[in-house]
Write a protein that binds this ligand. Structure first.
Ligand SMILES: [Zn+2]
Length: 223
């Protein structure tokens, strides 16, 4: 019978559904469970970088002038499942700072830029990462978080439509909104966020760091 013959016709196989390249949610970078030199701390940090979609090179001990950090990484890019956002200057930073930066980049900077500025975020321009210096104020000023690899200066963002947005440069209304959102969101990740308007030294870059003030990372400066 025609009906049973119809039933015997094999149905076209549905195309296998390609799993989306989902990023596992990044394990929280622990600041308190492990001591500064505890075994496993480096491995935990590498895992956090991988979970955040970071491409990085493990540097280990990095020396810059008289400053040395023990768990340095060179960050090349972050893939959040939608975009690969590269760090053009390949900054060298302390691993846990780099892991926070990778998370902010993938979780916030990419989507915020796409939403507000209307193009994909392709690259971030930065300073070199570890910079051996004191904070503004001369020889008696505190050692800068840059010297500990715990800070990064961001100078601009490059978009898929070739726009090259400089901090402190001429920005359109939507671009200004994007920058405001990027800066505000960074306060959820870093303990210090400075930029244009904070003081004259920050007219042309965002400064993010993970300074520890007192016993915890709870005290934040978000300007
Ligand atoms: Zn800085």
């Amino acid at each position: 019978m025609a009906a049973s013959a119809d039933r015997d016709v094999p149905l076209p196989r549905p195309k296998p559904v390609q799993p989306q390249a989902l990023q596992p949610s990044a394990p929280a970078v622990s600041y308190s469970n492990l001591g500064e030199n505890a075994p496993g701390r480096s491995e935990q940090c590498k895992a956090a970088l991988n979970a955040a979609g970071a491409s990085f090179k493990w540097v280990g001990t990095a020396t810059e002038g008289s400053c040395t950090i023990g768990d340095a990484v060179e960050l090349a890019s972050v893939n959040n499942g939608t975009d690969t956002i590269s760090f053009r200057q390949k900054p060298v930073m302390a691993c846990e700072f780099a892991a926070l930066l990778a998370r902010w980049t993938g979780e916030v900077a990419g989507p915020v830029m796409a939403d507000h500025a209307g193009a994909r975020l392709k690259a971030i321009d930065t300073g070199p990462g570890i910079v051996c210096r004191r904070r503004a104020g001369g020889a008696k000023a505190k050692i800068s978080e840059h010297a500990k690899g715990n800070a990064l200066d961001i100078t601009g963002f490059r978009l898929s439509d070739k726009r090259n947005l400089q901090i402190g440069g001429n920005l359109g209304k939507q671009e200004k909104l994007a920058f405001k959102a990027l800066r505000t969101s960074a306060c959820g990740y870093f303990t210090t966020v400075l930029g244009p308007g904070s003081n004259p030294a920050h007219q042309h870059h965002f400064h993010f760091d993970r300074a520890k003030r007192g016993k915890s990372y709870n005290y934040r400066i978000c300007e």
